[in-house]
Design a protein around this ligand. Structure first.
Ligand code: 4NP
Length: 158
């Protein structure tokens, strides 16, 4: 089982979408049994809430259902997950700051590390913007999650 955790600030826009997009790709390929996929936020601002309704609406247009409830990232996640994927540099800093000795350094990645068209950029926070921001998030996640799945299939003989 490969355990993957997507992380953003609020766990109501970008990381629930990363979770949803990646789950849909895994299902398309019938690989569900090989993955445990979850998401979390570095903040506790929205704990217990469903994904943002605007994010859900845009995801639904692509047949992606966002069903997660917001939870905060916790230290135990470093042990429980094999790959921890930050949406932006600030998320990356907040996550790695909780790993004082750098024990889990290798597990923490940036989402666009896996992208072919959007390398080295942050997945932009869509919260205070308009429709185009939510679409851009989904475009970046689709590209990045395809790259992630390809790499994991190759490295794990799937
Ligand atoms: P997310 O978006 O990190 O992609 O879930 C945000 C959601 C809420 C806030 C910021 C970003 N907020 O400040 O409440």
């Amino acid at each position: 089982m490969i355990n993957i955790l997507f992380v953003c600030l609020g766990n109501i826009c970008r990381s629930p979408s990363g979770e949803g997009v990646f789950k849909a790709l895994v299902e398309e390929e019938g690989l569900e049994e090989n993955f445990f996929i979850d998401s979390a936020g570095t903040s506790a601002y929205h704990v217990g809430e469903a994904a943002d309704s605007r994010m859900r609406k845009h995801a639904a247009k692509r047949n992606i259902r966002l069903t997660s409830r917001s939870r905060q990232f916790r230290k135990d996640d470093f042990k429980e997950f094999d790959i921890i994927i930050a949406m932006d540099k600030s998320n990356y800093r907040d996550i790695t700051a909780m790993d004082r000795h750098g024990e889990y350094y290798e597990k923490v990645k940036m989402m666009t590390d896996f992208s072919s068209g959007y390398q080295k950029i942050d997945v932009p926070d869509p919260y205070y913007g308009g429709d185009s921001g939510f679409e851009e998030v989904l475009n970046i996640l689709d590209d990045s999650c395809r790259g992630l799945l390809m790499e994991l299939k190759r490295n794990n003989g799937l």
